[in-house]
Design a protein around this ligand. Structure first.
Ligand code: GCV
Length: 677
């Protein structure tokens, strides 16, 4: 290992503590550091901006050593901005192959201190080289499915005016290991590729670069027609291919480390190669060819469906599986976690069990389009880890999705609201996304605990436990009161917030109507995707195909996804399906009501402004859970004609037990940063 020269050392100083304990500043997210009294001596190599950031962060926010040395080393065991921490007496060494790796090492130390964990010698290499946010921000300042205000990007002011929030955004991302961002909506305006917007994008890239964040753009497939009046966007047309090459050259001239393109094509009315009789591979490869000389990539989305096919859940597989092996090396297929669309719970997308010769990445949704917007507490890592830790059996037992994919994208929940995400607990989802993309072995509970400690400060153990339990159980609670047992897409038309299982809009596409998915009738409830139905179960590898396809072996949580189940069918619990449905809705409602009570108990320990903001939202959530419970059960009762069981009241202990039973993800013994009380 070759160590480089150490050149500067920052002097020690003492600054008084400026914050009261537990005083919460929403805009600081999980970076609520109280100034440490003992300043650490930080030894770094020269004045490269990334190292200056690392040095300043450690100097201001870390006190558990006399000296921290940051050193670039040539060590193949530290790829992708990984780092090594060595602890010797009162000196800590951070080593990495890159300056960004050193920055990540610095944030690791600060996180340990802020979360009350001991700094131990460790080597951290990220699970994925690409850890990317997808913003669904439009250039007019609105955000599709955004619930925290308008877009952060002030396009009309850029590049002349550069808001200080851009650097704060970059810092927050770097602190959790996110290293890339797609700035604009996948429903992309062609305008984003105009000279004017490339200059604006370059200004943002300049701010993000020192934090190790590369910029990507969503592109509209017919941009050559819209921007330069080409008669076609056919990917095999020479002039079209040249247009994309020239555009790539222009972008890289302005942004030398530009990451590449994200593409939504032939989906929900957007143009794509199929419009010209070409395939997804033809379209993606044309863009890949333009980006390849510059080292850029194409993230081509598999979120496609057309009204002509019988089962929307089957369509991504039907379109993409035959193309396996046809995509260029710098194309990655970006697949949503489930086969439909970010529902509160879905089985995994069958594409993750196939495409052996195609690069794949997962798309997760941080913004809560289908889980209560910015009103409901829904801590999402339990859903994400459930998917990532699923075995697809692609190469026999042990073929986990987390090992198959090579990147993770998260649809951002950030807007221009003062605390970035509107719901204080929605910040935890941004945090957890970054941490999981960095380390896919972390657990929901360790993520909740480290977020609480950094965000809310040091709380009494029982208070911290109560809040962590609320977070840990919250996703299951949302599933229970919205769509238990594999129900899906019974949301109200358009806004995807409340229930509307009865929705029927004359002339609308059938697969945008709830009845398409719940299929309630006098016989039963649920979409038959078994061998006697749409046969979607066949898209899963054995033994999952028959596990899901057989009503007796299908897990309860997916039952109504794969089967049309008689109302009086006997479940594994011995209850009828109808009673189990009532119990699930009741359990969700009881849990949402319990959260209000639990949060009341936490009141003396939490900053009043934060407490109030969360309390008001928990009231809304409990109200909405009642709305879902009543609306869905009363609607389905018209078909079942069976009595609605009394709602079951649970306490947090019962919820935790249920949560642990239903989640089948593993909890590695040493998976997370071990927190100390
Ligand atoms: C960006 C769903 C959402 C749309 C979103 C689309 C997608 O349909 O409701 O708002 O569009 O998914 O992921 O492309």
């Amino acid at each position: 290992m070759m160590k480089t020269l150490i050149t500067t050392c920052l002097a020690l100083a003492a600054v008084a503590c400026s914050q009261k304990p537990n005083e919460y500043k929403g805009e600081l997210l999980w970076l609520q550091y109280t100034q440490p009294k003992n300043k650490v001596c930080v030894v770094v190599q020269d004045t490269i901006p990334t190292l200056q950031i690392a040095r300043n962060e450690l100097f201001a926010n870390f006190s558990k050593a006399d000296t921290v040395r940051l050193q670039i080393v040539a060590d193949a065991a530290l790829p992708n901005d990984g780092f090594r921490i060595a602890v010797g007496g009162k000196t800590i060494d951070i080593e990495a192959q890159s300056t960004v790796g050193l920055l990540y090492g610095a944030y690791h130390l600060i996180r340990c201190e802020a979360a009350g964990a001991q700094v131990r010698p460790t080597t951290e290499v990220p699970s994925y080289a690409l850890r990317i946010l997808n913003h669904w921000d439009n250039i007019d300042g609105t955000i599709e499915r955004g619930y925290a205000g308008k877009s952060l990007w002030q396009w009309d002011e850029l590049p002349a005016v550069v808001s200080p929030r851009y650097a704060e955004y970059a810092r927050a991302n770097a602190s959790i290991g996110i290293n890339a961002t797609v700035l604009n909506n996948v429903n992309a305006s062609p305008q984003i590729l105009s000279d004017e917007y490339i200059r604006k994008t370059a200004a943002l890239a300049d701010v993000f670069r020192p934090y190790g964040i590369r910029v990507y753009l969503s592109v509209n497939f017919s941009s050559p027609m819209a921007l330069d009046s080409l008669p076609t966007a056919d990917p095999l047309d020479k002039a079209v291919r040249q247009w994309w090459k020239d555009k790539a050259d222009e972008i890289y001239k302005a942004i030398p480390d530009f990451g590449g393109f994200l593409v939504k094509a032939n989906s929900e009315g957007l143009p794509g190669p199929l419009d010209f009789g070409r395939s997804h591979a033809d379209g993606a490869n044309m863009l890949a060819e333009a980006l390849a000389p510059h080292g850029g990539i194409v993230m081509w989305r598999a979120f496609v469906y057309s009204p002509s096919d019988a089962d929307r859940a089957k369509q991504a597989y039907l379109e993409f599986e035959p193309l396996d092996g046809q995509f260029a090396d710098n194309v990655i297929i970006q697949t949503k976690n489930g086969p439909i669309d970010f529902q509160p719970r879905e089985p995994f997308s069958p594409l993750f069990g196939h495409l052996a010769k195609t690069r794949q990445m997962a798309e997760l949704q941080i913004t809560q389009e289908y889980t209560g917007h910015s009103n409901h507490l829904c801590f999402l890592p339990s859903m994400w880890l459930e998917v990532l830790n699923t075995d697809t059996y692609e190469h026999g037992e042990g073929s986990l999705i987390r090992d198959k994919i090579e990147a993770i994208a998260g649809v951002s929940n950030v807007g221009d609201s003062a605390n970035w995400c509107a719901h204080p607990f929605a910040q935890a989802n941004w945090y957890a996304f970054g941490r999981i993309a960095w380390n896919n072995r972390l657990t929901t509970d360790s993520l909740a605990t480290e977020w609480i400690r950094q965000t809310l400060g040091k709380l009494p153990n029982d208070v911290e436990r109560k809040i962590a339990d609320m977070m840990d159980t919250s996703h299951e609670t949302v599933v229970d009161y919205m769509m238990p047992l594999g129900l899906h897409h019974i949301f109200a038309w358009g806004h995807h917030y409340g229930p509307e299982p009865w929705c029927a809009i004359p002339g609308a596409r059938p697969d945008w109507m709830p009845s398409y998915y719940h299929c309630a009738d006098s016989l039963g409830l649920g979409f038959d995707r078994s061998y006697s139905g749409s046969r979607a179960c066949e898209q899963y590898n054995a033994p999952l195909d028959s596990l899901y396809g057989n009503i007796q072996t299908c897990p309860d949580k997916y039952l109504l996804w794969f089967h049309h189940v008689p109302w009086n069918y006997t479940m594994h619990s011995g209850r009828t399906m109808w009673d189990e449905l009532c119990l699930s809705y009741g359990r969700g409602l009881a849990a949402a009501e319990q959260y209000v009570q639990t949060w009341n108990e936490c009141r003396p320990y939490v900053d009043p402004l934060l407490w109030n903001s969360v309390a008001r939202r928990l009231d809304i959530q409990a109200h909405d859970a009642r709305w879902w419970h009543d609306a869905c059960l009363l609607y389905f009762q018209q078909f079942s004609k069976m009595p609605i069981q009394q709602k079951t009241l649970l306490n947090l202990d019962d919820m935790m037990k249920f949560h642990l039973r239903i989640s089948n993800y593993e909890c590695p013994a040493d998976g997370g940063m071990r927190a100390e009380n």
